[in-house]
Each structure stands twice: as C-alpha cells, then as structure tokens.
Design a protein around this ligand. Sequence first.
Ligand SMILES: Nc1nc2c(c(=O)[nH]1)N[C@@H](CN(C=O)c1ccc(C(=O)N[C@@H](CCC(=O)O)C(=O)O)cc1)CN2
Length: 295
Amino acid sequence: MSAKMIDGRAFAEMLREQVSLEVARLKENHGITPGLAVILVGQNPASQIYVRNKGIQTKAAGMASFEHRLPDTARQADVIALIERLNADPTVHGILVQLPLPGHMNTEAIINAVDPSKDVDGFHISNVGLLSTGQKAMVPCTPLGCLLLLRDHHGSLTGLNAVIVGRSNIVGKPMAQLLITADCTVTIAHSRTRDLPELCRRADILIAAVGRPGMVKPDWIKPGATVIDVGINRIEEASRSRLVGDVDPNAAQTAGAITPVPGGVGPMTIACLLANTLTACCRTHGLREPDGLAA
Ligand SMILES: Nc1nc2c(c(=O)[nH]1)N[C@@H](CN(C=O)c1ccc(C(=O)N[C@@H](CCC(=O)O)C(=O)O)cc1)CN2
C-alpha cells in the first residue's frame, strides 16, 4: 500500500490565510501592522530565492516587509549595527538573518544580537533556553511547521516513539524539544549512531533532517509510520537541477504517511515565519495571541 501524502503546500496556504485574517483584524481593531525585517548577506542563490519569497508572502499577508541586502564583503560589525537599529525600530516586530552567513562571520554572535522578542527564527540563545525548559518561546520555523503537520495528521502525539535523524540547532534539537513537550518518546540520531536502520524501524514518527539525498531507505521504516522529510537537496541531473529529500521516495511503499519534497515541510517554513511574526507582534503589544499558530 502507498502512504498518504501530507500536503504541506496546502496546509501552508491555509496557515497563511489564517495569518492574513488575523493581520487584518489587528489593523482594524488596534491600528497595528506587523513588520518583518529580513537581512541577507551575500549572493547565495538559494538564499536569494528564499528571501524574495519571504518578502512576497509577508506583503501578501498584509504585513510590512523590510528587506536589507548587504554584500558578502560586509563586516560582522555592519550586520550587528543594522540589527541594533532594527531592534530599536517599533515598526519591526520580527527580525530574521538569512542563513548561511558568509564564512568570515560568527553566526552565533549575529543571531544573539537580535532582540529575543523579535527573534522570529527562534535561534537566539534565550529562546533556545526557553524552549528547552518548556517555557513560552519563539519556536524555529521548520520544526514548528513539522509539529503542525504531525498534529494535524495524528491529533494527539502522546506516547509515540519519535526518532529524529539529524542534530542541528535549526531543526534536530528544537524538533526534539517540541516532541518531548508533546509527550513523545524522543531519540536523536546522527551520523555516528550505531545501527541507524534498526533504530529508525522502531519509530512511529521518523524525522529526517540530515541533508543527505535519499539516505533513509524504505526498509528503515516501520510499516505504517509517519515520515517527515526535512531534506531540501538540490541535485544536478542531465544538466537539470532537481530537489530531493533525505528519504528515498520508495519509502512511500512502507510508510503510513509521508511528506513529499518539494511540497511538504519546505512551504511550512515561510508560513510559520509569518505566524511567528504575528505572534511576536501580539506579544510586544500585550494582545491575545491567535489560536493554533504557535507551538
Ligand atoms: N534564518 C533562516 N535561514 C534558513 C532557514 C530558516 O528557517 N531561517 N531555513 C532554510 C531555508 N528556508 C528558509 O529560509 C526555506 C527552505 C525551503 C523552503 C521551501 O519552500 N521549499 C520548497 C521548494 C522551494 C524550491 O524550489 O527551492 C519545498 O520544499 O517545497 C522555504 C524556505 C535555510 N536557511
């Protein structure tokens, strides 16, 4: 039997519509327009596309979009000075620094310069600490997107065995925190994990976030399990480029449900960024947070 395809594109569209409605309500009732500032340093081709899409979708949701592009010759101090200006700007409720940054920059120092209340990426050390202690935090967009898809598919996640392959700060670790809070039993695996296929076969929920095309094979999957593929790997084939996930597409024969690549987790990332910007704006102004948008 073939797995149910979890349609992240459709879910993200619904989420963006919900955000748009809440933004319109904020404007009408309180005269407030949520604003998102995105900083792009350098010319990374994929980053340029993501930043452009963030701007388009921010405006489409009725929010103010501020785009700041710096050359890859910019100094770390220039980026931090810009962040400090945005921290002090009351029209900016969310600040995002597009990653990866050029090699000469210290990513942690730059992320930690963002005011935690405007850290819509949820990467600031204060938000990492709040999330890991189960407190109200800004939650990283990709794991938040995965959680929303899982909750929509399963309802309750209580008692399920979740295996996360990948231990990055952006996906693997925050994903584990969210699933622990959702009462899953969580294991984080990585490239040095012993007998990875056997471990994965115990998972009711398998999250693949390693950045290796097709690494998770069909026989690594427990029949009926839910598979969330976070991989976005661009591969060149016969002079054309194609996007593939971390999970072998034949895994759909074993899984109960699976997210496709493209069209699964990817679109949820920007939709959750919009949701986080709205959440940050509501928190800043002491207003009720819309239901269903946060973790
Ligand atoms: N500061 C951040 N930098 C990066 C993040 C992040 O969350 N914050 N995540 C990724 C890139 N990313 C957003 O920035 C992102 C990745 C993928 C998609 C997406 O919609 N993917 C589509 C396919 C798009 C395509 O054809 O290329 C899909 O999977 O269907 C959106 C955003 C790294 N940097």
